[in-house]
Design a protein around this ligand. Structure first.
Ligand code: DC
Length: 223
């Protein structure tokens, strides 16, 4: 049986940084499910499909073949044979991913792929519905969050590193809207399950968050 760690939480809480570090230190595979929704979103954008056109999204779904591969331990997302990992981190793709991940057809396709991955190997998987839908039997469940102000600041710094300047208020407003959509959609909204451990990273360092999760993993394994 593979060992599964589920990390859910809102955008910008630090899920991927934390999940990557835990996976590397514990020798697990890191599965970034957001990247899969982003690859699907890129596919829809390229086809010129509007985010609110559910019928067109559903009709196009079977044409998108998504898979993942690992290069030096880093997850690569492959869309119809093309490595699109470098193309999916834009605001445009993120917004489209949030908008099209509300559709059942999109979710069913990706959940199936995610479950198949977790069956084969020990994983740290992050997303919005990992503990609720993808891996309800996960050995360790984490709900990682941070205040909107802290998440907006982190996002601003990330953008600044890429040479993009955006007003903090605008970034925070985007985060609030994204949270609302991810938490209030009909299909698999982001919520914290009762047995998920709540970690608020607002006042914590990366090291502290990683240590907290690794302690939970070791405890569960009886180490
Ligand atoms: O984590 P991220 O920002 O890369 O995710 C992009 C969008 O994909 C996010 O707004 C919601 C959606 N998503 C989802 O619905 N379920 C997941 N398991 C992961 C992401």
């Amino acid at each position: 049986m593979s060992f599964c760690v589920a990390i859910d939480g809102p955008a910008g809480a630090g899920k991927s940084t934390v999940a990557k570090a835990v996976a590397a230190e514990m020798n697990f595979i890191y599965v970034d499910t957001g990247a899969m929704y982003r690859a699907m979103a890129l596919f829809f954008l390229r086809k010129g499909i509007a985010a609110d056109d559910e019928e067109a999204v559903a009709a196009a779904c079977p044409e998108a073949d998504i898979s993942i591969a690992y290069e030096n331990g880093a997850q690569q997302v492959i869309l119809n044979g093309e490595n699109v990992s470098g193309l999916i981190r834009t605001e445009e793709v993120g917004g489209m991913a949030s908008a099209t991940s509300v559709y059942r057809t999109v979710r069913e396709k990706l959940v199936e792929l995610q479950q198949a991955l977790a069956k084969r190997t020990d994983v740290v998987m992050d997303g919005r519905d990992i503990a609720t839908v993808v891996l309800p039997g996960a050995d360790v469940k984490i709900y990682l969050t941070a205040s909107t102000a802290v998440r907006a600041k982190r996002r601003r710094n990330e953008l600044a590193e890429k040479g993009v300047t955006r007003p903090l208020e605008e970034i925070e407003q985007d985060i609030i809207e994204r949270d609302y959509r991810d938490m209030h959609r009909e299909n698999s909204p982001l919520t914290r399950v009762g047995d998920a451990v709540l970690i608020d990273s607002s006042e914590m360092t990366l090291r502290e968050v990683v240590d907290a999760i690794e302690t939970l993993i070791r405890k569960k394994r009886g180490e």
